[in-house]
Each structure stands twice: as structure tokens, then as C-alpha cells.
Design a protein around this ligand. Structure first.
Ligand SMILES: *[C@@H]1O[C@H](CO)[C@@H](O)[C@H](O)[C@H]1NC(C)=O
Ligand SMILES: *[C@@H]1O[C@H](CO)[C@@H](O)[C@H](O)[C@H]1NC(C)=O
Ligand SMILES: *[C@@H]1O[C@H](CO)[C@@H](O)[C@H](O)[C@H]1NC(C)=O
Ligand SMILES: *[C@@H]1O[C@H](CO)[C@@H](O)[C@H](O)[C@H]1NC(C)=O
Ligand SMILES: *[C@@H]1O[C@H](CO)[C@@H](O)[C@H](O)[C@H]1NC(C)=O
Ligand SMILES: *[C@@H]1O[C@H](CO)[C@@H](O)[C@H](O)[C@H]1NC(C)=O
Ligand SMILES: *[C@@H]1O[C@H](CO)[C@@H](O)[C@H](O)[C@H]1NC(C)=O
Ligand SMILES: *[C@@H]1O[C@H](CO)[C@@H](O)[C@H](O)[C@H]1NC(C)=O
Ligand SMILES: *[C@@H]1O[C@H](CO)[C@@H](O)[C@H](O)[C@H]1NC(C)=O
Ligand SMILES: *[C@@H]1O[C@H](CO)[C@@H](O)[C@H](O)[C@H]1NC(C)=O
Ligand SMILES: *[C@@H]1O[C@H](CO)[C@@H](O)[C@H](O)[C@H]1NC(C)=O
Ligand SMILES: [Zn+2]
Length: 668
């Protein structure tokens, strides 16, 4: 035992020394210091019968700390063995596929920040193969072995989970509060719900869910995640890399050849003809909606992403995709083409493409409300991200800052909110599913919780969160009214957090009247001096019952709130009445100020200067490490209690929808 511990300690030490270089940048995520890389990698979990690709790469670093000059081994072998089953077999034999063709490419990477400063990248030559669209059916453990360079091995242990095939729910609605943390929910509750003597008199809609879990958002090769790889984990059950949508990230230049994994909606659509709804307050090609149908290393390839909503993956033999019944969000500039300044795939007019596929197209709230529930519907309501709840409901003049989705340059003054979009999506999915009984899956995203936290516009972020909660309440009520509550799993979760919290209150009148920055900070009230929330009071200090949004967004005593990683900025702790905040700007454009972002002079508004901690190239706040909550109600709610990995949300949904297939179907 002692001996083994010493060995382990020795092994750990070697690993630490050997991989000390690879933190800021890595040669290729999950490969570590091995020269043979396999995706899916060690510790991958699979749903039985789910399609995936395998990518194998053998690296020959030509220089740098791991140099192995010469050609990469083109004669590598790859075998699969089911633990406790037959001996290892060649993957071609195991999956019954042809030997894939050999590919060769080179890439470069920086080993650390010094190498980047010195502009000395390390060059790696690669030999690679990809097995496309395979699946594992029998539950259990598998060992996938890549052999290369005459005796070196990369072994990956894969687990096919033993999940019952029976379907337990007819429908699922997955709400994603992008970037939403427990701290934000707590702050939203404080500004929208009355408390008396320390006790809230009402609860948030999500507070009423019977089951609560926490998911760990850790990415496959970094501990901080972005919305692309976190969405990949939630929708496919496979962890991935920052910027990757439902693929593992390989080292090739082509952003479309990375190994793909079938998503929850592709599975549900393939196995049951399930109806799909995709709703977001972001531009619809943004990562959280995109990862449902797109499979690419690069989340910024919006034109192709929009094409996948309609056509699925057209470049590969993949799964038959019927297209969503509902696609609602912003991002008109990814639908109208260059004739109006947009950017689309092959410059086609995507409103027209959707119409050709028998979609009705709606471009404002009025058209949305009167659209037929029996027809597949595309609804795009603005260019870029949609207007925020606060601007649609309180500071409506700011709608002048928005642009119409048609590309005609007018303001988009008649935009629906998350609630209007989600309820209409529900009506359409309900009507269309009634025709064939196939059931539906909807993802509804409150995207601008995240977007407004990024720009440190805490009030707008909390407004978006309260709108999400209001939407959840309305959806639960309608599911109840249409007798679907018992057959619908309702989930509310997030994809990652921001380091936001509330630490006290601020007397904004006192802050404004102090002359210097250090005095202004005396306006902050902590502990006992934090007092009570003034957001729920009207002018005569009575509470507005039942609305569950603040009755006053601009009280004298506001929240002392903020995030833990910022650019330089000013803080006056008051709501920005003239539209979303822009805390830091590039001053180099107009002055001789040295490079980087500085506190925006226009955002000063009597506040004090706070210098940031982020690199000066960052104009916005960033994501943080925190676990995020999962609220569950309905069939299978018991699968979502406790603390688990983000991928378990996929496995829970897949189990509930009955997507596991433990027997290989006969050929043909
Ligand atoms: C790979 O195998 C082929 C045929 O077996 C052989 O000709 C070739 O030299 C090998 N290449 C390497 C790099 O070992
Ligand atoms: C890769 O780099 C080598 C030099 O190490 C060069 O000879 C070769 O042409 C490059 N191959 C590709 C595919 O770019
Ligand atoms: C590695 O080789 C490439 C291509 O010759 C060169 O540009 C680069 O500076 C080299 N890097 C190091 C770390 O020596
Ligand atoms: C298909 O792949 C090619 C080559 O990688 C790429 O240029 C093209 O944009 C892809 N098309 C779509 C619709 O994704
Ligand atoms: C996809 O659908 C087409 C037409 O309905 C059919 O011919 C084809 O076999 C299907 N492919 C798969 C992989 O199911
Ligand atoms: C671009 O959009 C315009 C307006 O819808 C349309 O007339 C034109 O055919 C489109 N161009 C292409 C290349 O499809
Ligand atoms: C917004 O636009 C409308 C119509 O163009 C105009 O009447 C109004 O004054 C504008 N408001 C602001 C704040 O610019
Ligand atoms: C569903 O509606 C019934 C009847 O109006 C009501 O008693 C029940 O509380 C509702 N359930 C939920 C979860 O809202
Ligand atoms: C005071 O509160 C009541 C509701 O309780 C409301 O009807 C009235 O308009 C309020 N008065 C003022 C001045 O805000
Ligand atoms: C700031 O603006 C200058 C001048 O336009 C530009 O060269 C620089 O790259 C910008 N810096 C950042 C961090 O965006
Ligand atoms: C603090 O921020 C101000 C305004 O952005 C800037 O002028 C100053 O250089 C910053 N100081 C440091 C130490 O970064
Ligand atoms: Zn996100």
C-alpha cells in the first residue's frame, strides 16, 4: 500500500513537471503530453445508440519542449474492446465500417505567454483519421486503444450507460438562464418580492419546483466554460472545448471536420419524429440555440449555423432532420442577405429558404400573436440580440436603438419578450404534436442575463432573470390549463455563472453629492446598514402585490452589487435609463492613450472609478467557476436532485424521453 502510494506520488510529480508548460495554451485539449490523441477521450460517457464520430491524431512536434522531429506515424492502429467481452478488435471490424482515409496537416501553438510574446510557435505535423457516424449499443465499459510510434499507446475508457429504453415523458421544456447563478436568483427575489421581518411573502416560480440539483460546468480542457461547450455538454452528454458546438475539437483547420456527437433534439427527432422548438432572446445563431443542431469547432460561423437549423448537417451523412417546428429569436442579419447588409450562407435569403420549406415567417409581436398554431414558424424580431425586458417595459424610448429584422433599417419597436415567444412556441408545439402524438422538446433561453452581466448592467440582467421567472410561471400555468403538466418535464438551469453578488446597499443621493472618489464610497451600506429592499415599494411606501417585477427601478437606496472580475469602470449603482451599459471603451482610437480598454467616460454619471483586474484587452466581465442550479418538475424529476456533472442533464433528459437503444438495429 505504502509502496503504491509512493509510486502514485512519483507519477503525479512527473506529470506535473512534464505538463507544467501547458496551462494557458495546450497542444490539443485532453491529449496532455501524449502524442497520440483520441476523441472521444478517456472517461467519455455514451448514450446507447447515440451517433458519434471518432477522431484519431498522431502528433510529431517538430520543435519546442516536446520535439519529436520527423514524420508522424501514419501506421497507427485503433482497436475497441468491450471489458469482459471478446478480445480487442480493429475499429473497422467492430463498427463494420471501411478503413477511413489518412489525413495529413500541420498546426502551430504557443507553449506559453513568453513564446507568444517572442512569436515562436511550436510546429506540429499530424497524421489523422476519422470514423464517422458510429454508435455503441451494449451498456458497459469499453477500452479504445490507439497504438503508434512502435509501442506507444493512448488508452481511453468509455462507458455506455445502462439506461432503460422506456419513455417516461411525452414532452420536455428546458429553460436556460444563460449565465444565471443562485446569487442572481437571490438578488432578483430581493428586488421583486416583498419581505416582512426577514420573511419573503411570495416565492419565485422556480423556487416552487419540487426538485433542486447542482451541476458542475467544468469544460473538457479548461475549468471555466463558455456557452458553446456548456451547451454541448447539456445537449449531447459529452464535455467539449470553448467555442465548440456539439463536436470534440480536433487540431485541423477545417472547422467542420471535428468529431460530432448526436444531440438530444437530433435523437428525439430521429427516433420518434419529436417536434422541436428553439427560442432565445439572443440572435438565434448564438451558441446556446446553435448547439442543438450545429456541429462545428467555431461558434462564430453564423451563416452555416442558421443553415443547420433548417437543413441539419448537409456536409456529412448524419441523421435525417426535419427542421424545428418553432425557431424564435433575434439576428435578422443572419437571414437577410448582402443586398441589405446581412451575411448568410451562399448569400441566400434565409427567410425565403424557410418559406420554401413551408414555414410561416413572422417579424414582430403582432404577427407572432396572430400566427397559425398549425404551421411551422420562423420568428425573427430584431437584428442582433433582442431588446431587454427593462427597455421593452420601463425605458421604452431605448427601443429606438434597435433595428428591424427585415434589414430595412427601421427600429424594431414591436418585439415580443421571452414570455410571448415561449407561450406561442408552446401553442404551436401543442397543436402540431396533437396531430401525430409524437411529443415535443423545447429549449427556451433567457440569453441576456449573461449578456447584461458581461457589460456589468446588473439591473438589466436581473430584469431578464425576472422575465425568465415570469415566463416559467406562465408556461406552467398553460401546461396545467392544457392538461400537459403531468406529461411534461420542466427543467430550469444555466450553462455557467458570472461572479456576481450583492454585498449591501448604496445611498445614491449621498454618493452623488460627495466630491471625491474615496468619500463617495462612504455611500455603501454593509451589514446592518444594508437596510431593506426599496425596489418593491411605490411612492407611498406600499408594496405592489403580485407583479413580481420591481415597482421602482430607480430608488434612492439601490443594491451594492457587482461581479468579481472586471475591466476598468465607474460605479454609481444606479440603473442606466438610456440603454444597456458600456462600462469600458478603447480610448486609443481617439487619443494617445496607451493600448487597451479604460473606464468609459460617458458611463461616469457621478460614480467613482474602479480599476479592473482583467487583462486590459477585455472590455467586459467574464464567466466564473460556480456550480449552477437545476430546478426540475414533472416526470423523472427525481433524476435531477443532488450534485452532478453538466452531462448528467443530458442523460436525465435522454432517459426520460426514452432515447436509449441497447440493441443494434438490423442492417438496412
Ligand atoms: C507504414 O507502413 C507501410 C507499409 O506497411 C510502410 O511502407 C511505411 O514505411 C510505414 N510508414 C511508417 C512511417 O512507418
Ligand atoms: C508541414 O510542415 C512540414 C515542415 O515540418 C512541411 O514540409 C510540410 O509541407 C507541411 N505540411 C503541410 C500539410 O502543410
Ligand atoms: C518552430 O518551427 C517553426 C517553423 O520553422 C518556427 O516558425 C518556430 O519559430 C519554431 N518554434 C520554436 C519554438 O523553435
Ligand atoms: C461544408 O463544408 C465546407 C468545407 O469545410 C464549408 O466551407 C461549408 O461552409 C460547409 N457548409 C455548411 C452548410 O456547413
Ligand atoms: C432520410 O430520409 C430519406 C427520405 O425520407 C430516406 O430516403 C433516407 O433513407 C433517410 N436516411 C436515414 C439515414 O434515415
Ligand atoms: C438576396 O436577397 C434578395 C432579397 O430577398 C433576393 O432577391 C436575392 O435573390 C438574394 N440573393 C441570393 C444570392 O440569393
Ligand atoms: C424614437 O423614434 C420615434 C419615431 O421615430 C420618435 O418620435 C421619438 O422621439 C424617438 N425617441 C427617442 C428617444 O429618440
Ligand atoms: C393546476 O391547476 C389546478 C386547478 O386550477 C390547481 O389546483 C393546481 O394547483 C395547478 N397546479 C399547478 C402546479 O399550478
Ligand atoms: C399609493 O398606493 C396605492 C396602492 O396601494 C396606489 O393606488 C396609489 O396610486 C399610490 N399613491 C402614490 C402617490 O403612489
Ligand atoms: C483600440 O483602437 C486602436 C485604434 O483603432 C486599435 O489599433 C487597437 O487594436 C484597439 N485595441 C483594442 C484592445 O481593441
Ligand atoms: C485605472 O483606470 C483609469 C481609467 O480607466 C486609467 O486611466 C488608469 O491608468 C488605471 N490605473 C491602473 C493602475 O490601471
Ligand atoms: Zn452562456
Amino acid at each position: 500500500m505504502v509502496h503504491q502510494n509512493r509510486l502514485l506520488a512519483g507519477a503525479t510529480l512527473t506529470l506535473l513537471v512534464a505538463s507544467g508548460y501547458a496551462q494557458t495554451f495546450t497542444r490539443l485539449g485532453t491529449c496532455g503530453d501524449r502524442l497520440g490523441c483520441c476523441f472521444p477521450p478517456d472517461q467519455a460517457d455514451f448514450l446507447a445508440g447515440q451517433f458519434f464520430d471518432i477522431r484519431l491524431e498522431v502528433h510529431a512536434p517538430q520543435n519546442g519542449s516536446q520535439a519529436r522531429p520527423g514524420e508522424p506515424d501514419e501506421n497507427f492502429t485503433f482497436t475497441i474492446e468491450k471489458v469482459g467481452g471478446e478480445p480487442a478488435r480493429a475499429a473497422t471490424d467492430y463498427f463494420g465500417v471501411e478503413e477511413p482515409k489518412l489525413e495529413r496537416w500541420n498546426f502551430t501553438w504557443y507553449e506559453d505567454l513568453f513564446a507568444q510574446d517572442a512569436k515562436t510557435p511550436s510546429l506540429v505535423e499530424v497524421a489523422a483519421k476519422a470514423y464517422r457516424k458510429v454508435a455503441l449499443y451494449e451498456p458497459g465499459e469499453y477500452v479504445a486503444t490507439l497504438k503508434y510510434y512502435n509501442g506507444e499507446e493512448t488508452k481511453s475508457t468509455w462507458t455506455v450507460r445502462d439506461i432503460d429504453e422506456a419513455r417516461k415523458t411525452k414532452n420536455i421544456i428546458l429553460f436556460i438562464g444563460d449565465g444565471m447563478t443562485t446569487n442572481m436568483i437571490t438578488a432578483a427575489r430581493l428586488i421583486a418580492h416583498k419581505s416582512v421581518n426577514g420573511k419573503y411573502q411570495s416565492k419565485m416560480a422556480m423556487d416552487k419546483f419540487p426538485m433542486l440539483g447542482h451541476q458542475m460546468t467544468h469544460s473538457i480542457d479548461s475549468f471555466i466554460t463558455d456557452s458553446a461547450n456548456s451547451a454541448t455538454a447539456l445537449y449531447t452528454g459529452h464535455k467539449s472545448t470553448v467555442n465548440a458546438l456539439s463536436v470534440y475539437a480536433d487540431s485541423s483547420k477545417d472547422p467542420f471536420d471535428d468529431p460530432k456527437v448526436e444531440t438530444i433534439v437530433e435523437l428525439f427527432n430521429r427516433l420518434y419524429g419529436g417536434h422541436i422548438g428553439i427560442v432565445s432572446t439572443a440572435f438565434i445563431a448564438d451558441a446556446t440555440p446553435a448547439a442543438l443542431t450545429a456541429h462545428t469547432r467555431d461558434r462564430d460561423l453564423y451563416p452555416q449555423i442558421v443553415d443547420t437549423f433548417l437543413n441539419g448537417i448537409t456536409n456529412y451523412t448524419w441523421v435525417n432532420w426535419t427542421g424545428p417546428d418553432v425557431l424564435f429569436g433575434g439576428g435578422g442579419e443572419q437571414f437577410y442577405n448582402s443586398s441589405k447588409g446581412g451575411k448568410t450562407y451562399e448569400d441566400k435569403d434565409y427567410y425565403e429558404e424557410f418559406r420554401k420549406h413551408d414555414y410561416q415567417v413572422v417579424l414582430n409581436n403582432e404577427e407572432l400573436a396572430s400566427a397559425k398554431n398549425e404551421k411551422r414558424t420562423l420568428g425573427i424580431f430584431t437584428t442582433s440580440n433582442m431588446a431587454k425586458w427593462l427597455d421593452r417595459n420601463v425605458y421604452q424610448d431605448n427601443l429606438n436603438l434597435t433595428k428591424d429584422p427585415s434589414g430595412d433599417g427601421k427600429a424594431a419597436t414591436d418585439q415580443p419578450g421571452l414570455k410571448e415567444m415561449t407561450l406561442k412556441a408552446l401553442d404551436i408545439l401543442t397543436a402540431r404534436s396533437a396531430e401525430d402524438g409524437a411529443g415535443w422538446f423545447m429549449m427556451s433561453e433567457a440569453a441576456s442575463i449573461d449578456k447584461m452581466m458581461h457589460v456589468l448592467d446588473y439591473d438589466r440582467a436581473l430584469g431578464e432573470l425576472l422575465e425568465l421567472d415570469d415566463t416559467i410561471k406562465a408556461v406552467v400555468d398553460r401546461l396545467n390549463a392544457t392538461d400537459q403538466l403531468k406529461e411534461t418535464l420542466v427543467l430550469v438551469t444555466a450553462d455557467h455563472g458570472h461572479g456576481f453578488d450583492v454585498m449591501g446597499s448604496v445611498d445614491t443621493k449621498y454618493l452623488q453629492e460627495q466630491k471625491d472618489d474615496r468619500r463617495k464610497r462612504a455611500a455603501v451600506g454593509t451589514y446592518q446598514k444594508s437596510g431593506l429592499s426599496q425596489y418593491t415599494l411605490t411612492g407611498n411606501l406600499t408594496y405592489t402585490e403580485g407583479v413580481h417585477f420591481p415597482s421602482n427601478w430607480d430608488p434612492r437606496y439601490t443594491l451594492f452589487q457587482g461581479v468579481s472580475a472586471d475591466p476598468d469602470r465607474h460605479e454609481n449603482y444606479q440603473v442606466r435609463k438610456d440603454g444597456p451599459r458600456s462600462p469600458a471603451v478603447n480610448l486609443t482610437k481617439n487619443t494617445k492613450t496607451p493600448e487597451g480598454y479604460y473606464a468609459n467616460p460617458k458611463d461616469e454619471r457621478g460614480g467613482f472609478l474602479v480599476n479592473g483586474t482583467l487583462p486590459v484587452e477585455d472590455s467586459q466581465g467574464v464567466h466564473s467557476l460556480t456550480d449552477v442550479p437545476v430546478f426540475a418538475m414533472g416526470p423523472c424529476q427525481e433524476l435531477f436532485g443532488g450534485v452532478y456533472s453538466s452531462i448528467d442533464v443530458f442523460f436525465g433528459m435522454a432517459e426520460c424521453l426514452g432515447l436509449s437503444r441497447k440493441t443494434k438495429p438490423p442492417k438496412g
